[in-house]
Structure formats: structure tokens, C-alpha cells
Design a protein. Structure first.
Length: 379
């Protein structure tokens, strides 16, 4: 069976990590699975802009609209100017509402925490609302002044300064429920023991607090026979609980083994997924996926690293692990596990890229291409 996988090379170190990671993904799949990947490149980012004049050409959008799986390298995002974010634009265009970030440790790394092996979580982050809605107005702009005037005069928000920049934080039942539903199904399908709703509902009661409320309502309504609450645990059922965001950061450090799946609002999920990645070795080993009901888009979650681009110094681990997620999604979990095991063996053998070397005592630093060869040899 052939499966078409659309891929975006990415900016900065994107070309280098692709050259190192893709052979590993293909080799891990092997012939015994009966599945062959047909890779079709679609341009985006700096490469697309140079070729077509647009960082996200219509041809790419048309191709992805027909796709059910895709993989991308990092795309650059300017701060303060230009397109808000190509990553966000792709997520909004294709309604990739669930940002999914699995976080686990790899043997051989000395990380900032004493017991990284206790971290084994998957973060489900809502991808369309909250700060990703992008509704904000610059200080002093006509739009900001008009909105401030309305909030002050009509809704009594007298503490709002007239010279403030203003952003709006939308959070709907529809978006919250479909994210939590996906997280619940994931946990139940894998026989995991808990799902935690992460929020700041003690302060933002009608947005973050509503996210928590809608999550519990959903679990009771659609998964009543399979779930229970922390206050009334039942043997054999998935425990649905919640934590205030700042408390969850503490729990992630002190008691990570008590948490398996986190369902979070957009900004909280952003912070938590990166912080958890730091606990187990950093973004170089952090894969991610953004999913709609029809498209699974896997992506390296680190940046473009323009300062080292072209110098064979990047870590292709994140993209390799995205490949593992892709293979698992396509129904070949054994191939996915081969990638993870080979990556762990490479780290344990102390042959790593420069970003990982400070965390591996006695490490031998190798380049991006060589690291890809080493991982491939250990499959």
C-alpha cells in the first residue's frame, strides 16, 4: 500500500534536518509493514517566497486541502511585522484545532531534573482560540481607542487605560469541547489512567473557568461509563481532574508521574509543552502534531535556528520523532518504536549533536548528517 505524505522543508535548518531524518523514517518503516510512503514536497516559507513571491502559495494550500497527512520543518516567524505566523495561518486555514505534544525522557541524558524518567505526558492544546485568535490592536490605534471607549462607557471597565494596547481572548464551548473530546478518546484508547484539564479559572472565570466546566460536562455526558472524577475514583475508569495552570507547573516538577494526558487552553498549553520538553532534554527531542478531523500535520516544534543554518550543527531528533508519530498514526506502531529506540541507543552511546552534548557526560559531538547516519544504523 502506498501513502502520500506531503512535506514542507522549512526555513533555516529545515533542509538539513530533513536530509538527516527522512532516510531514518523510510528505513524504520521497512518492507515488512506493506506500507510505502510517497513523499511530495509542497513549498512554504522562505523557499516558497523566493520561488513564487508568496510564503504560502495557492498551490500548496490546494495540495494540503486534499491531504490527510503532512509533515513540516520549522517555519520562520518575524516579531512585530509581517504575517502573524505561518504556523498559525496553516492551523487556522485547515482548522488544525488540536495541538498534540508527547513528552517522554530518553536514557542517557542528564536533564535539569533528577528524575526525567517520571515524565511521560501528552499535552493536548487548543489551537484556534485564546491568543491564537489574533484579535489585538496596537496602543493608540483608532481600533484600540474605539474598543476601549466601548468597554469603559458601555461595560464599566473604568480601570482600562486609554493608551493601552488591547487584545481579546475568545474561548467557546464548541472549541473547548472538541479539544477535550479528542484528548479523552486518546487516553481511553490507550488505557491511560488520567486526564487533567489545565486552566486559570480562578482568575478568568468565564473563559478559562468555562473551559474547565465544559470539559467536566463533556466527560459526564459522553463518557460517563468510562470516566470518573478525582473526588470519586472508580477502579478501571479514567480519572478526569483539573489543575490551575500555575499549580500544574509545580506538579510537573514535583509529581509528574501522576499526570498522563493534559488538555489545556492555547497559551497554557504552549507554556507547558515547552517546559515539559525542557525537563526531558529540550526542544531538539520534542515532536508535535496539529490535527483536524481530516488532516494530521506533524511538525518539528523547535525554531529555524538561522544562526547555525547551513553549518551541519542542527539536531534532527524532533523531526525523526515526528516521523515516529506519523508512522504510529498510519497504523505501524512497531516502526514508530524502532525510531524511538534507535534514537535512545544513539544517545546512550554518547554520540549526539551539540545541543544535547552538555547533557551527555563524555559525549562525542557529531553533526546533523552524521547523527542521522548513526540513528539509522541503530534501527
Amino acid at each position: 500500500m502506498r501513502k502520500t505524505v506531503y512535506w514542507i522543508e522549512g526555513d533555516g535548518v529545515g533542509p538539513e534536518i530533513w536530509r538527516a531524518a527522512r532516510p531514518v523514517i523510510d528505513a524504520a518503516l521497512g518492507l515488512e509493514s506493506g506500507l510505502i510512503l510517497e513523499w511530495i514536497e509542497v513549498p512554504a516559507g522562505e523557499k516558497a517566497a523566493a520561488e513564487t513571491g508568496s510564503p504560502l502559495p495557492e498551490a500548496t494550500l490546494r495540495a494540503l486541502s486534499q491531504a490527510d497527512v503532512a509533515v513540516k520543518g520549522p517555519l520562520g516567524t518575524s516579531v512585530g511585522t509581517g504575517i502573524r505566523s505561518l504556523n498559525v495561518l496553516l492551523r487556522q486555514t485547515f482548522d488544525l484545532y488540536a495541538g498534540i505534544r508527547p513528552v517522554r525522557s530518553f536514557r542517557g541524558l542528564e536533564t535539569p531534573v533528577r528524575h526525567p524518567e517520571r515524565v511521560d505526558m501528552v499535552v493536548f492544546r487548543e489551537n484556534t482560540e485564546d491568543v491564537y485568535a489574533g484579535i489585538e490592536y496596537a496602543a493608540g490605534s483608532p481600533e484600540a481607542r474605539k474598543l476601549i471607549e466601548f468597554l469603559r462607557d458601555e461595560l464599566g471597565a473604568t480601570s482600562l487605560r486609554e493608551d493601552a494596547a488591547v487584545g481579546i481572548k475568545p474561548m467557546s464551548e464548541y472549541a473547548s469541547v472538541r479539544l477535550v473530546r479528542r484528548a479523552l478518546r486518546y487516553a481511553l484508547e490507550r488505557g491511560l489512567d488520567s486526564l487533567t484539564l489545565v486552566h486559570k479559572g480562578n482568575i478568568m472565570k468565564f473563559t478559562e473557568g468555562a473551559f474547565r466546566h465544559w470539559g467536566y460536562e463533556l466527560a459526564a455526558r459522553e463518557f460517563a461509563g468510562q470516566t470518573c472524577t478525582e473526588k470519586k475514583p472508580e477502579a478501571g475508569k479514567l480519572v478526569v481532574k483539573d489543575r490551575i495552570a500555575d499549580a500544574m507547573f509545580q506538579e510537573a516538577l514535583l509529581r509528574p508521574e501522576q499526570y498522563r494526558v493534559l488538555a489545556a487552553t492555547n497559551l497554557n498549553g504552549d507554556y507547558l509543552s515547552d517546559a515539559l520538553a525542557a525537563q526531558v532534554g529540550g526542544l531538539g527531542l520534542a515532536p508535535g502534531a496539529n490535527m483536524s478531523d481530516s488532516l494530521a500535520f506533524f511538525e518539528a516544534v523547535h525554531g529555524t535556528a538561522p544562526d547555525i543554518a547551513g553549518w551541519d550543527r542542527a539536531n534532527p531528533g524532533s523531526l525523526m520523532l515526528c516521523g515516529a508519530m506519523l508512522l504510529e498514526h498510519l497504523g505501524v506502531p512497531a516502526a514508530a518504536e524502532r525510531i524511538r529506540a534507535a534514537l535512545e541507543k544513539s544517545i546512550a552511546a554518547k554520540t549526539v549533536t551539540e545541543d544535547l552534548a552538555p547533557q551527555v557526560p563524555g559525549a562525542r559531538t557529531v553533526g546533523c548528517a552524521a547523527f542521522g547516519d548513526i540513528v539509522g544504523a541503530k534501527l
